[in-house]
Design a protein around this ligand. Structure first.
Ligand SMILES: Cc1cc2nc3c(=O)[nH]c(=O)nc-3n(C[C@H](O)[C@H](O)[C@H](O)COP(=O)(O)OP(=O)(O)OC[C@H]3O[C@@H](n4cnc5c(N)ncnc54)[C@H](O)[C@@H]3O)c2cc1C
Length: 392
């Protein structure tokens, strides 16, 4: 079927990348971009970094829109998809027909039980969330608890220290970022945060929250209560697939796609919402910036070329994180038995590179203040090189 109209649901990074790529591929039909948020697409990574600290203001977050010929439907939530009749239903009741559909509805932050709706309790996914946290601190909140020591939790802790807050981080695992980075790099993160005056409560869960309307503290599973004026939960995300429940698409931890991003005939998914059958990693949902762009572009190409001629999306996972003055980058998706070897610098220095190895081959690389080396290590991870083959 030739495509005359493409609807993109999700007006953010992956959706915009798909829209741009459709035009680059000479698609001249209508492109309708439906987005629940009122604002045009913006960058989320600075929300826990430069925007939270006040170093950046709102206009700097805007994503660049390179074309005038998109039909924007902002402030419009999709509530249903009818695959057979090729239409998306909006909360207003309107039906939007399509020949091709890009699902790019991303993910939302999870909140602990008994958390949402309390004064002083925040998650961080949107610019409104980040503005509300900033506002609260500007109004004098100083005692902060961050629940979860993943990348978002660690970045928030770092930004709140910069704003002069007393920060405690509560984490179920024994170390920050343990599941992503493993024991030795988790230890590096622990040392980093402690050196910046963050109190870490590790290996302990959250049992509930003190206070009624306004949050007054975080109750730990050992019964202690950490006093807090502001609590930010960074405990992961849930893919936004609620609107697809009756669509018949396979929705297990995201929209299941083949290796080309296709979920059904002329229906593709991209970004944080997509569980893509990655040629090297298997079915995986990657929640990173580069991947959202790459998938958005690949999904557009799949729509244009059709399933038979579409190429598998085989991008190496990449993520960066800024904490205090430090730049961290993780290339690849190392698994827990992989061996960690420091190949440049040392773990207790301000600059190092460590690689993850499986059978002597490089499965991942963690770069700490070593951004200039990322291309070289990315090439090694891409080709699953033997460490001995490392070039200078
Ligand atoms: C605080 C923060 C910091 C981050 N830092 C980094 C970082 O340092 N490095 C990195 O690599 N990545 C980082 N990320 C991750 C990166 O921002 C995401 O991977 C990226 O935003 C995913 O893009 P997306 O378009 O798939 O989804 P999203 O950006 O989540 O966009 C999805 C859009 O769809 C809309 N939507 C949802 N449901 C509907 C519906 N039913 N109808 C219409 N619209 C809908 C949403 O409102 C949203 O606008 C960070 C994310 C956050 C939140």
């Amino acid at each position: 079927m030739s495509l005359r109209s493409v609807v993109i649901v999700g007006a953010s990074l992956a959706g915009l990348a798909a829209a741009h790529r459709l035009r680059d591929l000479a698609f001249d039909g209508t492109i309708t971009i439906v987005g629940e948020e009122e604002s045009p697409p913006y960058q989320r990574p600075p929300l826990s970094k430069q925007f939270l600290t006040g170093d950046w203001e709102r206009p700097r977050l805007d994503l660049r829109i390179q074309r005038q010929d998109f039909d924007w439907r902002l402030g419009a939530r999709a509530t249903g998809l009818n695959v057979a009749e090729r239409r998306v239903t909006l909360a207003s009741g309107e039906h939007v027909p399509f020949d091709g559909l890009v699902i790019a509805t991303g993910a939302r932050a999870r909140a602990p039980a008994g958390f949402a709706g309390r004064n002083g309790a925040y998650t961080l996914r949107t610019v409104e969330d980040a503005s509300a946290i900033r506002d609260r601190i500007a109004r004098g909140a100083r005692k902060a608890v961050v629940v979860g020591a993943g990348f978002i939790g660690c970045e928030v802790a770092s930004s709140l220290r910069k704003l002069g807050c007393d920060v405690t981080v509560v984490e179920m695992d024994r170390l920050p970022l343990l599941r992503v980075l493993g024991e030795r790099l988790g230890e590096v993160c622990r040392t980093l945060h402690e050196a910046h005056g963050v109190k870490l409560e590790l290996g302990i869960g959250v049992d509930g929250f003190a206070g009624s309307d306004a949050i007054e503290g975080v109750r730990l599973s050992d019964g202690r209560v950490i006093e807090a004026e502001i609590v930010i939960a960074g405990i992961g995300v849930t893919p936004n697939v609620g609107w697809l429940e009756d669509s018949g698409l396979d929705l297990q931890n995201g929209v299941l796609c083949d290796a080309t991003g296709m979920a059904a005939e002329n229906i593709v998914a991209a970004g944080d919402v997509a569980r893509w059958d990655h040629p090297r990693y298997g079915p995986v949902r990657i929640e990173h910036w580069d991947s959202a762009i790459g998938q958005g572009e690949a999904a557009a190409a799949t729509l244009i070329s059709g399933r038979e001629r579409a190429a598998a999306f085989d991008m190496t996972s990449f993520f960066w994180s800024d904490q205090y003055e430090n730049k961290m980058q993780l290339v690849g998706m190392p698994q827990s038995p992989d061996e960690l070897r420091v190949v440049e610098g040392a773990l207790d220095e301000r600059r190092f590179v460590a690689v993850f190895l499986r059978g002597g081959r490089v499965t991942g690389a963690f770069l700490y203040n070593s951004m200039h080396r990322v291309i070289a290590y990315k090439a090694m991870v891409d080709s699953n090189a033997h460490l001995e083959a490392k070039t200078a």
